[in-house]
Design a protein around this ligand. Structure first.
Ligand code: ZN
Length: 229
Protein backbone atom coordinates (compact mmCIF):
# COMPACT_ATOMS: atom_id res chain seq x y z
CA UNK A 1 0.00 0.00 0.00
CA UNK A 2 2.60 2.51 1.04
CA UNK A 3 4.50 0.79 -1.73
CA UNK A 4 1.70 1.66 -4.10
CA UNK A 5 1.89 5.28 -3.05
CA UNK A 6 5.61 5.34 -3.51
CA UNK A 7 5.05 3.58 -6.79
CA UNK A 8 3.81 6.87 -8.21
CA UNK A 9 7.34 8.01 -8.72
CA UNK A 10 6.81 9.92 -11.92
CA UNK A 11 4.60 12.99 -12.13
CA UNK A 12 2.89 11.37 -15.10
CA UNK A 13 1.76 8.30 -13.20
CA UNK A 14 0.76 10.28 -10.14
CA UNK A 15 -1.16 12.78 -12.25
CA UNK A 16 -2.98 10.01 -14.04
CA UNK A 17 -3.86 8.35 -10.77
CA UNK A 18 -5.12 11.56 -9.20
CA UNK A 19 -7.13 12.46 -12.26
CA UNK A 20 -8.77 9.07 -12.09
CA UNK A 21 -9.86 9.59 -8.53
CA UNK A 22 -10.45 13.32 -8.66
CA UNK A 23 -14.11 14.15 -8.69
CA UNK A 24 -14.71 17.59 -7.32
CA UNK A 25 -18.40 17.18 -6.85
CA UNK A 26 -17.32 18.60 -3.57
CA UNK A 27 -18.70 17.28 -0.32
CA UNK A 28 -19.95 20.71 0.59
CA UNK A 29 -22.05 21.00 -2.52
CA UNK A 30 -23.51 17.56 -2.12
CA UNK A 31 -27.17 17.78 -1.25
CA UNK A 32 -28.77 15.01 0.69
CA UNK A 33 -32.08 13.61 -0.33
CA UNK A 34 -34.32 14.80 2.44
CA UNK A 35 -36.91 12.28 3.48
CA UNK A 36 -40.15 13.33 5.12
CA UNK A 37 -38.99 11.69 8.34
CA UNK A 38 -36.08 14.14 8.45
CA UNK A 39 -38.47 17.05 8.45
CA UNK A 40 -40.49 15.90 11.43
CA UNK A 41 -39.57 17.49 14.70
CA UNK A 42 -37.11 20.17 15.59
CA UNK A 43 -33.74 20.31 13.91
CA UNK A 44 -30.94 19.79 16.38
CA UNK A 45 -27.87 20.58 14.33
CA UNK A 46 -24.86 20.87 16.62
CA UNK A 47 -21.63 22.75 16.14
CA UNK A 48 -19.08 20.53 14.44
CA UNK A 49 -15.78 20.57 16.27
CA UNK A 50 -12.68 21.45 14.31
CA UNK A 51 -9.18 20.03 14.30
CA UNK A 52 -7.47 21.16 17.48
CA UNK A 53 -10.43 20.48 19.74
CA UNK A 54 -9.26 17.93 22.33
CA UNK A 55 -12.42 15.79 21.98
CA UNK A 56 -11.28 14.92 18.46
CA UNK A 57 -8.07 13.46 19.93
CA UNK A 58 -9.76 11.12 22.39
CA UNK A 59 -10.28 7.38 22.16
CA UNK A 60 -14.07 7.29 22.22
CA UNK A 61 -15.97 5.08 24.68
CA UNK A 62 -17.92 1.98 23.73
CA UNK A 63 -21.69 2.44 23.63
CA UNK A 64 -23.05 0.17 26.36
CA UNK A 65 -26.71 0.21 25.25
CA UNK A 66 -27.48 1.15 21.62
CA UNK A 67 -31.20 1.26 22.44
CA UNK A 68 -30.83 3.88 25.19
CA UNK A 69 -32.83 7.08 24.56
CA UNK A 70 -29.64 9.16 24.76
CA UNK A 71 -28.22 7.20 21.82
CA UNK A 72 -31.36 7.71 19.73
CA UNK A 73 -31.10 11.41 20.50
CA UNK A 74 -27.41 11.44 19.66
CA UNK A 75 -28.07 9.89 16.25
CA UNK A 76 -30.82 12.43 15.54
CA UNK A 77 -28.46 15.26 16.46
CA UNK A 78 -25.81 13.78 14.17
CA UNK A 79 -28.25 13.39 11.28
CA UNK A 80 -29.44 16.96 11.71
CA UNK A 81 -25.87 18.22 11.95
CA UNK A 82 -24.84 16.38 8.80
CA UNK A 83 -27.92 17.53 6.95
CA UNK A 84 -27.21 21.14 7.91
CA UNK A 85 -23.73 21.20 6.42
CA UNK A 86 -23.77 18.40 3.85
CA UNK A 87 -21.44 15.45 3.83
CA UNK A 88 -21.40 11.69 3.58
CA UNK A 89 -20.53 10.82 7.15
CA UNK A 90 -20.10 12.00 10.70
CA UNK A 91 -18.67 10.52 13.89
CA UNK A 92 -20.11 11.28 17.33
CA UNK A 93 -16.90 12.96 18.60
CA UNK A 94 -17.31 15.57 15.86
CA UNK A 95 -20.30 16.96 17.74
CA UNK A 96 -18.50 16.63 21.05
CA UNK A 97 -19.76 13.20 22.16
CA UNK A 98 -16.89 10.81 22.70
CA UNK A 99 -18.77 7.59 21.95
CA UNK A 100 -18.07 4.90 19.37
CA UNK A 101 -20.83 5.69 16.91
CA UNK A 102 -20.71 6.85 13.30
CA UNK A 103 -23.28 7.59 10.61
CA UNK A 104 -22.68 7.55 6.88
CA UNK A 105 -24.18 6.95 3.49
CA UNK A 106 -22.89 6.63 -0.04
CA UNK A 107 -25.20 8.19 -2.63
CA UNK A 108 -25.32 6.31 -5.93
CA UNK A 109 -23.82 9.14 -7.98
CA UNK A 110 -20.93 9.49 -5.56
CA UNK A 111 -20.27 5.75 -5.62
CA UNK A 112 -20.26 5.79 -9.41
CA UNK A 113 -17.96 8.77 -9.70
CA UNK A 114 -15.46 7.17 -7.31
CA UNK A 115 -15.68 3.52 -8.20
CA UNK A 116 -17.12 3.36 -11.73
CA UNK A 117 -18.36 -0.10 -12.55
CA UNK A 118 -17.84 -1.26 -8.97
CA UNK A 119 -20.23 1.41 -7.71
CA UNK A 120 -21.80 0.55 -4.42
CA UNK A 121 -24.47 2.91 -3.08
CA UNK A 122 -25.12 2.60 0.64
CA UNK A 123 -28.27 3.81 2.42
CA UNK A 124 -28.01 5.97 5.56
CA UNK A 125 -26.36 3.74 8.14
CA UNK A 126 -25.81 3.96 11.88
CA UNK A 127 -22.82 1.92 13.02
CA UNK A 128 -22.18 1.49 16.75
CA UNK A 129 -18.99 0.10 18.33
CA UNK A 130 -17.51 -0.58 14.89
CA UNK A 131 -14.63 -2.93 14.22
CA UNK A 132 -12.81 -2.88 10.87
CA UNK A 133 -10.91 -5.82 9.42
CA UNK A 134 -8.92 -5.19 6.22
CA UNK A 135 -9.48 -7.95 3.65
CA UNK A 136 -6.56 -6.91 1.48
CA UNK A 137 -3.15 -5.34 1.88
CA UNK A 138 -3.93 -3.06 -1.03
CA UNK A 139 -4.55 0.59 -0.33
CA UNK A 140 -5.63 3.13 -2.86
CA UNK A 141 -5.21 6.88 -2.91
CA UNK A 142 -8.32 9.03 -2.92
CA UNK A 143 -9.35 12.58 -2.13
CA UNK A 144 -10.92 13.14 1.26
CA UNK A 145 -12.39 16.05 3.09
CA UNK A 146 -13.59 16.31 6.66
CA UNK A 147 -16.15 18.56 8.31
CA UNK A 148 -13.66 18.97 11.18
CA UNK A 149 -10.97 20.14 8.76
CA UNK A 150 -13.01 22.63 6.73
CA UNK A 151 -11.72 24.03 3.48
CA UNK A 152 -9.03 21.40 2.92
CA UNK A 153 -8.78 18.31 0.76
CA UNK A 154 -6.15 15.61 0.97
CA UNK A 155 -5.09 12.50 -0.90
CA UNK A 156 -5.26 9.61 1.54
CA UNK A 157 -4.39 5.91 1.17
CA UNK A 158 -7.12 3.56 2.41
CA UNK A 159 -7.70 -0.18 2.27
CA UNK A 160 -9.72 -1.01 -0.82
CA UNK A 161 -11.59 -3.95 0.71
CA UNK A 162 -12.67 -4.29 4.34
CA UNK A 163 -15.16 -6.06 6.53
CA UNK A 164 -16.78 -3.99 9.23
CA UNK A 165 -18.96 -5.10 12.07
CA UNK A 166 -20.82 -3.45 14.89
CA UNK A 167 -24.37 -2.86 16.07
CA UNK A 168 -27.33 -0.93 14.74
CA UNK A 169 -29.64 1.29 16.79
CA UNK A 170 -31.77 -1.71 17.79
CA UNK A 171 -28.67 -3.50 19.07
CA UNK A 172 -28.68 -5.98 16.17
CA UNK A 173 -25.31 -7.08 14.81
CA UNK A 174 -24.10 -5.61 11.52
CA UNK A 175 -21.46 -7.30 9.39
CA UNK A 176 -20.71 -5.90 5.95
CA UNK A 177 -17.99 -6.23 3.34
CA UNK A 178 -17.17 -2.94 1.68
CA UNK A 179 -15.02 -1.87 -1.22
CA UNK A 180 -13.97 1.37 -2.84
CA UNK A 181 -15.52 4.60 -1.65
CA UNK A 182 -17.79 2.77 0.79
CA UNK A 183 -14.71 1.26 2.46
CA UNK A 184 -12.99 4.66 2.41
CA UNK A 185 -15.88 6.42 4.13
CA UNK A 186 -16.10 3.80 6.88
CA UNK A 187 -12.34 3.92 7.53
CA UNK A 188 -12.41 7.73 7.66
CA UNK A 189 -15.34 7.86 10.08
CA UNK A 190 -14.07 5.09 12.34
CA UNK A 191 -10.67 6.80 12.58
CA UNK A 192 -12.47 9.63 14.37
CA UNK A 193 -13.28 7.18 17.18
CA UNK A 194 -9.58 6.67 17.76
CA UNK A 195 -8.73 10.36 17.66
CA UNK A 196 -7.29 10.24 14.15
CA UNK A 197 -7.97 12.84 11.45
CA UNK A 198 -7.26 12.10 7.80
CA UNK A 199 -4.14 14.31 7.47
CA UNK A 200 -2.46 11.88 9.90
CA UNK A 201 -3.09 9.06 7.42
CA UNK A 202 -1.51 10.93 4.53
CA UNK A 203 1.85 9.75 3.27
CA UNK A 204 2.66 12.95 1.37
CA UNK A 205 1.53 16.29 2.78
CA UNK A 206 2.16 17.97 -0.56
CA UNK A 207 -1.24 16.57 -1.40
CA UNK A 208 -3.01 18.45 1.38
CA UNK A 209 -4.51 21.47 -0.36
CA UNK A 210 -7.18 24.08 0.07
CA UNK A 211 -10.32 23.15 -1.78
CA UNK A 212 -10.25 26.44 -3.68
CA UNK A 213 -6.74 25.61 -4.93
CA UNK A 214 -7.56 22.11 -6.14
CA UNK A 215 -8.07 23.18 -9.80
CA UNK A 216 -4.72 25.00 -9.77
CA UNK A 217 -3.14 22.01 -8.03
CA UNK A 218 -4.39 19.67 -10.73
CA UNK A 219 -3.16 22.04 -13.44
CA UNK A 220 0.24 22.06 -11.79
CA UNK A 221 0.35 18.28 -11.81
CA UNK A 222 -0.68 18.23 -15.46
CA UNK A 223 2.14 20.65 -16.27
CA UNK A 224 4.63 18.42 -14.43
CA UNK A 225 3.26 15.48 -16.35
CA UNK A 226 3.74 17.07 -19.75
CA UNK A 227 7.20 18.31 -18.77
CA UNK A 228 8.12 14.74 -17.89
CA UNK A 229 6.95 13.40 -21.24
ZN1 ZN B 1 -13.99 13.42 9.21
Amino acid sequence: MITRWRGFTTPKRLCEALNDIFRMNSLKKRVFIIKSSDLVGEMTAKTILKMGNPVLREIAELVSDPTAPEITELVQDMRDSLLAVGGVGLAAPQIGVSKRLVIFEVPADRAESEDGAEAEAVPPTVLINPVIEPLTEERKLGWEGCLSVPGLRGVVPRYTHIRYSGLDLAGNPIEVEAKGFHARVVQHECDHLDGILYPERMTNLQYLVYESEVPAFMEGLAAEKSAAE
